[in-house]
Write a protein that binds this ligand. Sequence first.
Ligand code: BES
Ligand code: ZN
Ligand code: ZN
Length: 487
Amino acid sequence: MKITFEDKKLNQIKADCEIIVVIDKNFDHHWVRDGVDLKVLNFKGKANEIALILEKKRLYIGVESLSHDELREAAAFVARFLADKSFVSLKIGLYFKKEASEGVKALAEGFVLGFYNFQQYKTKPEKLFVEKVIISSEAFDGKFIDSKFLKKTLDDSLKIAGAVNFTRDIVNQIPADLTPLRLSVIAKELAKKNSLEVKVYGEEYLKKVGMNAILAVGKASPYPAQLIHLTYKTKKPKIKIALVGKGLTYDSGGLSLKSSPNMLTMKCDKSGASAVLGVMKAISEIGIEAEVHGVIGAVENMIGQHSFKPDDVLRAKNGKTIEVRNTDAEGRLVLADCLCYAEELKPDFIIDIATLTGACMVALGEYTIGVMGHSSELNKSIMQAGDESGELIAELPFNRFLKKLIKSEVADISNISSSSYGGAITAAIFLSEFISEKYKDKWIHLDIAGPAYKEIAWGYHPYGASGAGVRLLVEWIKSKVENDRLD
Ligand code: BES
Ligand code: ZN
Ligand code: ZN
């Protein structure tokens, strides 16, 4: 599916169907010209309400305002509505609140994310007829916007949305196909295509460098654990960033086995790793003045005679010992080793991203990413990127009382809290034990357990994987590069 920009008035563009957005139930605009039909259809212009006037080949959709988030969602609802119709080309005018580039970005992302449909396991996949969407340079307010200024925005938005769909494709694949080794092959293929550096390490290396926590998690799996390290380099990097992704290709819970309902959908436990791959794809395609490292711990948490156990004590890469009290709190074990590895790369900032705790969903609801870290300034910068990108994000605060809850009588630290409250934060405090003092204010943890995967379509996301974190992180990296330029 292609999205292009045409320097023509909307009525000069040829297409099978025209899309018209009705803003705040206001029908008084020259693009809205089917009043009688809309009345017959009882179309009121409510948010995401759709009316298709078939004879005129015009489709109306309501929004409350032209905020980029509502526009993105409206485009996605149109895409979903047209999935089983046979229009090949669509046209739409340029809608935006303040800046045209924001409107183009929202429309492009909305269409690409909304048209996404994962059908790899269907023997008879449904055909999607829509092949192209044309955005006119004629704006809603009557002005014309020269496409020269919007071309780069459109291209970048398509690349970023494409990377989100790439991430969704990885997460949606089943654990029998998407093993740790397969994840490393995907990383290698991406590296080859997008000129990234790539290193993949197997269990022998992990043993050699003392990454015993990730090794323990993978002990009962027939698939060996992999450490994947991708690097994007540019001539004059303004900043060096390490992204660390949790790549549990399946999380059964291990010997602390999950219940059947909780185990279902745990193929999504590789969402952090998949988001890191998506970000690496996006930044290498749009080009960015940053050096970015993507570090992924890929492993499967299973049960068997070789399982690691509650009562085990593990020595992580930085030498700290961990008492395992619950094998289902495995993501933090994998990240512990990977964070130590990332720190050795001497980046300016480290961000980890993981489907880490059900507790984060309890705290924030299932649509919001949790951000945790020691620097409120850094937390703020990522919340800002949340606003810009449209991904929901909220901060969960550390405190000294919660810190005491992960003390261990046998080892340096326990992998679970002694309290059943505040689990998202105690998990982050655990991770912080694997960040050295000098990096404490340069690290952020993102818990995407809520928004990464859902068995129902929501907003501009389909059933299944959402690609959570990709747009957020690309936006944050871009903003960091921009800010450095101002310094
Ligand atoms: N992968 C899960 C967290 C998760 C839950 C992701 C729901 C996506 C949706 C993680 O490994 C886990 O099992 N965490 C436990 C921690 C507990 C044992 C302290 C949890 O959240 O219950
Ligand atoms: Zn788990
Ligand atoms: Zn997990």
